[in-house]
Structures are given as structure tokens and as C-alpha cells.
Design a protein around this ligand. Structure first.
Ligand SMILES: [Ca+2]
Ligand SMILES: [Ca+2]
Ligand SMILES: [Ca+2]
Length: 463
């Protein structure tokens, strides 16, 4: 874009620019702990503790995972033999970290779903005080090989895996954060550095786009998790809005592994040296909703409606039935049981939720759900119908035939059948020719034929 175009655009944006500056100033006032808009994680204040009540930082980071390097020195593992970022086939060696390169000690990864966005938080620590920092966080969908032993290894990469670059020069202000995705097909023009597939694709400057921010500590800070004190320039952190960066959208993505590497210079194709071995993580934009149905005293078909674009939007359940929605993209949803069939009432709606940021609120026939990545919500609707006393009374008046139809000692589906403790022959004495009123099971249990119908309908209609 030439200068005149820029000038015209600036003039057009003459009002918007001061407004955005004012908004940034306002955000700085609202979030003095320096958090990425939409997140309350203090990801660019250069320390690990909460400075503003209500915020989070590494000390209480959501879904925090920690990776520790082996001790510095001759036993420390690193990549060797010219390993670069684009290489899937790497070589693990020991004792080869140059003294003028970052000697990593630890990393942290955390993530959360907040304000309709998935946020990723990253931190590195190193043992040496160097002016520049060139770190890469590799985040993979699949589990990685064991990098804690030496020798040749093949990284288990998948198209769409993430590499987040963290480049910092002391005196150069804030770190520059970049995002690259692993590319396995298509033209090589997608490659950022290498001229062949597979490769890390073209880098997005997350910092310039406003999708990420970070900091390096300028003075000594404490790491309360590892219990260490970190001199200036030995700790770096970043917060990334993965939704804004386009990593997460309307389809489900899940990452299972993360590790940290140091590049030997700001140049992307520079050799990678020290690393902190991969650790399992759970970074995803999707969760699971499960609805169970239980009925009492019979069975029927119950209808449900949903909001939030679940597919299918409506469904029906009978006793023992389950509807599972896997791959539910983080967001707001609800499930509502429609008015039950005649005679039935909704006895209870009980729900549980797991996962940071995932919650469910049952109210009447509606479960209101906030789903975060990796979350689960499980609800059970229990419906009840009263037994009709008219039938019971009528049956109790019937003599012998009822008695004969009672399935007394049948061995088959007795597991779900509340078998009477007394046999029909004893409850309905043949001496009188008719059952005694006291022995008639009118209130303690349903009469035999009615219950038999209930069983058969449950078993033969698996809707
Ligand atoms: Ca911080
Ligand atoms: Ca802080
Ligand atoms: Ca190492």
C-alpha cells in the first residue's frame, strides 16, 4: 500500500483512531493487570502472581500444565545435528546447549474459554540471563514420541498443528508473537521458510493483529508453582486468543500435547537447541452434552427441543434412552423437555458439569448450558405417572383368572421386576374362592397385568 493510500485511509479513520485509543486506555484502566481483552488472565505483566483481585495469572491459571526440563549441564537434552523447525525427523542429543543460547528450565501452558473465545496462555523459564529470547511452543493434536532419550526421533505432526513463536529483544519493547500451522498438502507457497511440504505455513503476526500479547520479566519475580526465584529476563509469558486467530471456529479441534523449544536466533530457519519434553494437554473448543431419560410406573415418548444449533435440534426419548451430543462447540446451549404426554409429570431434572468454564443450570424443564472446550454436561430427566386406582380396584375384584396370570416363579426378566414377596397362591387363598381385600396389592405395587404391560412396552419399543 502506498503512502497516499495510507493517508487517505488515515483521514477516513480520523474519528475511529482516537476512539480506539480511548477504548484501549479504558481497557487499561479496567484491566490494570494487563490482560488480553476478553480475558482476565494477566498474561503480559511479566510475573506469575495475581496483581488485581478477580484476575488469574500462573498461580491460579485455568487448566494449567507444567513441563520441567532435566537439570542443566551435560545431561540436559536438546536437539542436535542441525535440527530445524520444519524437520519432522529430529535428533535428540545431550550436553550440547551453547552457553550463549537459552537454557530452558520449565514451561507452563493453560487455556480457558471466556467471553466466547478460547484463550491459550504460555510461559517459559530459562536459567541464563540473555538479552534476546527466541522460543517456540509446539502444540500438537497427537501425542509425541518420548524425547527424553537420545537418538533419532520422528515428531508426530498433523496438518493444523500449531507453532507459536515468541521473539524478544531486550530494549525492543514487548515480545513479538507469531502463529504458524503445520501444512501437509497444497502449494509450497504456503510454507513460511522451507520450500517443500510438509512445512510450517506462513506466519501470522499475532501481536500486530492484536490476537496476542506477552512480556518478559524485567526484574526478579517469584514462581510460586515451582518455588523458585526468577532473575530479570529469565521468564516470559503470553496470552493468545485462539478464536480471534482463527485456530478455533465452528468445527471441533483438539490438541493433546505441548512442548517448548529454543531457537538459536530470531531467524525462523535457525537451528533449534534446548527443549522441554512434551506434556499432555487438553486444548479443545468442543465438549459433550448427554441427556438421559428415566420414567416411573410405565413408559412413553418424551420430546425435547434445543437451542444453540445442536444437531439434531429436536429429539425424543423413552425410558432408559440417552441422547449424546459430542463435538459441541464452546458456547451457550439449552435443552428443554416439551409438555409431557397426558398423565405424566416431570419429577426432576438433575444435571452435572465438568471442566473449567463449563456449567449447567436446571430450571423446570430446561437445562441452560455454558460449554467450554473439553467440558461435559450430563442431565437426567425423570418423569412420573400415577398408577390408576380404577384399574387396580377392578383387578382386585377379579377372582381366579388374575391369579393365574400372575407371573409368579418365572425365572426370566426378574432383575427389573419387583417380584412380590408372597406368591399369588398365598395372597389369594383358594379356600374363599376370591382374594382377600387385605392381601390385594393395590397400594404397595401395581397389579400384575398392568405391570406386565409396562415391561413388555419397555422391552419391545427401543425408541
Ligand atoms: Ca503474568
Ligand atoms: Ca500478575
Ligand atoms: Ca532440555
Amino acid at each position: 500500500m502506498d503512502v497516499s493510500k495510507l493517508r487517505r485511509r488515515s483521514l477516513r479513520a480520523g474519528i475511529a483512531v482516537p476512539l480506539s485509543v480511548a477504548l484501549l486506555l479504558l481497557l487499561a484502566l479496567v484491566y490494570p493487570g494487563l490482560a488480553l481483552p476478553g480475558s482476565t488472565f494477566e498474561g503480559s505483566d511479566g510475573n506469575l502472581v495475581v496483581n488485581t483481585a478477580g484476575n488469574t495469572d500462573w498461580s491460579n491459571a485455568p487448566n494449567r500444565v507444567r513441563g520441567d526440563d532435566v537439570p542443566s549441564g551435560t545431561g540436559d537434552n536438546a536437539f542436535g545435528q542441525g535440527t530445524k523447525e520444519d524437520d519432522e525427523n529430529v535428533s535428540v542429543v545431550t550436553g550440547s546447549i551453547p552457553p550463549n543460547k537459552s537454557d530452558l528450565t520449565r514451561f507452563y501452558v493453560a487455556n480457558e474459554f471466556a467471553n466466547n473465545s478460547n484463550y491459550l496462555y504460555l510461559a517459559w523459564e530459562r536459567s541464563n540471563v540473555l538479552g534476546s529470547a527466541n522460543m517456540d511452543f509446539e502444540i500438537n493434536q497427537k501425542t509425541q514420541p518420548n524425547l527424553t532419550t537420545t537418538g533419532p526421533k520422528t515428531l508426530n505432526r498433523t496438518a493444523g498443528d500449531l507453532l507459536i513463536t515468541f521473539d524478544f529483544t531486550n530494549g525492543g519493547g514487548n515480545p513479538v508473537l507469531g502463529l504458524l500451522k503445520w501444512v501437509t498438502s497444497g502449494p509450497t507457497s504456503q510454507c513460511f521458510s522451507r520450500n517443500a511440504l510438509p512445512c510450517w505455513g506462513n506466519r501470522v503476526n499475532l501481536s500486530a493483529a492484536g490476537f496476542a500479547e506477552g512480556a518478559v520479566n524485567t526484574s526478579t519475580v517469584d514462581d510460586p508453582i515451582a518455588g523458585v526465584s526468577l532473575p530479570g529476563l529469565t521468564f516470559g509469558e503470553a496470552a493468545v486468543n485462539l478464536t480471534a486467530a482463527g485456530v478455533f471456529g465452528s468445527t471441533c479441534e483438539a490438541f493433546a500435547s505441548a512442548f517448548l523449544k529454543s531457537r538459536s536466533s530470531a531467524s525462523f530457519p535457525a537451528e533449534v537447541k534446548d527443549f522441554v519434553a512434551p506434556r499432555p494437554v487438553s486444548i479443545s473448543n468442543c465438549g459433550t452434552i448427554t441427556i438421559h431419560k428415566i420414567t416411573e410406573n410405565g413408559d412413553s415418548t418424551f420430546d425435547y427441543t434445543t437451542t444453540g444449533a445442536l444437531t439434531p435440534a429436536t429429539f425424543s426419548l423413552s425410558n432408559g434412552g440417552t441422547r449424546t451430543y459430542s463435538d459441541v462447540v464452546a458456547g451457550s446451549y439449552s435443552v428443554t423437555e416439551s409438555a409431557p404426554p397426558a398423565g405424566w409429570t416431570l419429577k426432576s431434572l438433575e444435571c452435572t458439569a465438568t471442566g473449567d468454564g463449563t456449567s449447567v443450570t436446571p430450571s423446570d424443564a430446561t437445562a441452560s448450558i455454558t460449554m467450554a472446550g473439553g467440558g461435559t454436561v450430563d442431565c437426567t430427566y425423570t418423569n412420573h405417572i400415577n398408577l390408576k386406582p380404577t384399574i387396580a380396584t377392578k383387578l382386585s375384584a377379579e377372582p381366579a383368572p388374575t391369579t393365574r396370570r400372575m407371573p409368579a416363579p418365572r425365572p426370566s426378566p426378574t432383575a427389573t421386576c419387583p417380584t412380590p414377596t408372597r406368591s399369588p397362591s398365598t395372597t389369594r387363598g383358594p379356600s374363599t374362592g376370591r382374594p382377600s381385600t387385605a392381601a390385594t396389592p393395590t397400594t404397595t405395587g401395581p397389579p400384575a397385568p398392568a405391570r406386565a404391560r409396562s415391561w413388555s412396552s419397555t422391552k419391545t419399543s427401543p425408541r
